[in-house]
Write a protein that binds this ligand. Sequence first.
Ligand code: P6P
Length: 330
Amino acid sequence: MAQRGTTIERHIFERQRATSSATGELSGLLQQIATASKIINSKVNQAGLADALGVTGEVNVQGEEVQKLDEFANSILIRCVEAGGHLCCMASEEVEELITIPDRFTTGKYVLMFDPLDGSTNIDVNISIGTIFSVHKRMTTGRNGTVADCLQRGTEQVAAGYVIYGSSTMFVYSTGEGVHGFTLDPSVGEYFLSHPNIQTPKHGKTYSVNDANCSKWVDPLQAYVNRLRSPQADGSLRSARYVGTLVADFHRTLLKGGIFMYPGEKKKPEGKLRLLYEASPMAFLAERAGGAASDGKRRILEIVPDKLHQRTPLFIGSAEDVADAVRSLG
Ligand code: P6P
């Protein structure tokens, strides 16, 4: 059993040692992602001082203005993992096409998909932002992976996690056995185990949704959120929290319970969040922490993707609260 004071490297290695089939490749990849996050964290912390704030003037595949830190985080992540020999390809929120591994590097059996800097519109106002990642085993053979290797059900993930650059920087991940949180000690540049085996309460009093969108919701959803706004059976009130960064809203929900939702809308039923590198990794973590994640009808992890950047509605958090939402929308 990992003790507090355990570094993330030791924790990853201990999980590898406990997995008889492990070759060390996944461990190597996770450690490279952790290294990338430390570099990103350093830049995020100094953003206001280093002229790293603001936009680059470009627009990404999502049609969103690319923030300078988005671009920086994307390139750091790619550079930290592409040479490691563990990946056959990658996909990033910031890059329309599949990212292949340069010929000068060897390739490996994993696929990495990521949102390098989630919540980037919050960067300039010093609100928490994050990095989200999802790891699958490739299905194809040959040197280079293909889009088909990315379009797998979330149930097939071998690892998922996120980094939240907030009042402290935390790395939260799972390889399937529990969800574990590590807090960065910037004085030594190490992540130390601070939240072993995170469990999400079965019910929580907090609901999290962008209320400004309510006129765009279908009637059952409006009725459901109206119910959340009203006193509960025992007369107690829920609390509403909305940061506007998925990583921050999810992290609070993972630890404290309740529900976060980014629903579809009448004219945009697919919603805003992306399946492969936002909803699916968060759903993997939610379920391994005893919670749940749905698109309002189906388990997020059961959705078979057909496009790299496809979007999905997301209801995620406490098992009872997600089940209540799905019943209300049914
Ligand atoms: P809205 C950030 O831009 C993001 O992609 C997620 O991190 C966040 O949950 C969502 O969009 C916020 O969207 O429309 O409420 O600003």
